[in-house]
Design a protein around this ligand. Structure first.
Ligand SMILES: Cc1cc2nc3c(=O)[nH]c(=O)nc-3n(C[C@H](O)[C@H](O)[C@H](O)COP(=O)(O)O)c2cc1C
Length: 326
């Protein structure tokens, strides 16, 4: 049995989501946090600290992710996070957002191979020392990457650079920055990495069914895990279906109801005002709607709800009809 990792999605897979998902579903070996951006303040924001607070996150299965282009900032944050007990830190070299890329961060750094190489050199060279200073054991450093910025052929040089360092796992999302999440993935470049990468590889991108997972793991026999984002959020039963070899059925509406209600309750407790809670829940529906086919009208009503009481009524209508159809 190979592993499923939950991909990080900024604004979606925060610690509340991850903990609630693990409580009701699970089947996930590692949960990656959305990126944390260490900077010259050398402080985590309150929001960032929630993602790495050991009281709110399982230090064995949570992998904090860092987004920066300065080794000094990376090393500070990695050492602090290691001192909290986390065993692995992930370096984001994939984010395609325009503002991030303009700052030469995320997939933007891939366009500057020399800077990338220097930064990785400084990180791997300085990690032990940075951790010793805070009495922490050096964590494993994994990377999540795209192929390049504009041209997938940038990847050849990028991979040569990665091959110089002891990266614990290399997750490849086989798209370039300008592909964002829409353009077709480019599996031939994952195949190139499969032949040439030194680090253990993880495949990420567009896996939405058990067949997708199984075909990928069959095709790339030696990889130990796949990372899934949108497909696993849309169908929270996906990892369990894979683990237990179950056939895909409609979501269990009763279980989903409990999961949904707990998320709603948690967000109502920490967010102030109805709007932010509704905004957050509607984000999820952008994914969950894929698990409720033929329910466009009901979903539209949910997304149009302006008050939590209406929202709850509309969700109940959808779930009750799923229960009676089940
Ligand atoms: C809304 C959104 C937010 C994301 N935030 C992050 C992030 O913080 N860090 C990261 O490495 N990837 C981020 N990603 C990329 C996902 O982790 C993943 O690589 C991408 O969705 C492709 O995998 P999938 O097809 O399984 O969803 C984000 C993607 C989306 C759609």
């Amino acid at each position: 049995m190979k592993n499923i990792y939950l991909a990080p999605l900024e604004g979606v897979t925060d610690s509340i989501y991850r903990n609630t998902f693990e409580k009701y579903y699970g089947g996930v070996a590692k949960y990656f946090t959305p990126f944390i951006s260490p900077n010259s303040t050398f402080k985590f924001t309150t929001r960032e600290f929630k993602e790495i607070n050991p009281e709110k996150n399982n230090i064995e299965t949570t992998v904090p992710q860092l987004l920066t282009n300065k080794a000094e900032h990376f090393l500070w944050a990695a050492a602090e996070i290691a001192s909290l007990g986390f065993k692995e830190i992930n370096f984001n070299l994939g984010c395609p957002s325009g503002t991030v890329v303009a700052k030469k961060k995320g997939s933007g750094l891939l366009y500057y191979p020399e800077d990338l190489d220097n930064m990785l050199y400084e990180i791997f060279d300085g990690l032990d020392k940075a951790c010793r200073l805070v009495d922490a054991k050096a964590p494993a450093i994994s990377i999540k990457t795209r192929l390049g910025k504009a041209d997938p052929e940038e990847f050849y040089e990028v991979l040569d650079i990665y091959n110089k360092y002891p990266i614990s796992e290399l997750t490849i999302h086989p798209r370039v920055q300008t592909d964002f999440y829409r353009e077709p993935i480019r599996p031939e470049f994952f195949e190139y990495a499969y032949e040439h990468a030194k680090a253990p590889l993880i495949f990420n991108g567009d896996l939405v069914t058990c067949d997708d997972i199984e075909n990928t793991l069959r095709k790339y026999e030696s990889i130990d895990a796949v990372m899934i984002g949108r497909g696993l959020i849309a169908n929270p039963e996906l990892a369990l279906e894979y683990e237990k070899g179950l056939e895909h059925k409609a979501l269990d509406p009763r279980l989903f109801k409990d999961f949904h209600n707990e998320l709603l309750c948690e967000y109502t407790e920490i967010l102030s005002g109805e709007k932010p809670v509704l905004h957050r829940m509607k984000e999820f529906w952008g994914f969950w709607q894929n698990s409720f086919p033929d329910s466009e009208k009901a979903i539209k009503k949910i997304k149009k709800s302006n008050r939590i009481c209406d929202y709850k009524d509309n969700v109940n209508i959808l779930i009750s009809s799923a229960i009676s159809a089940n």
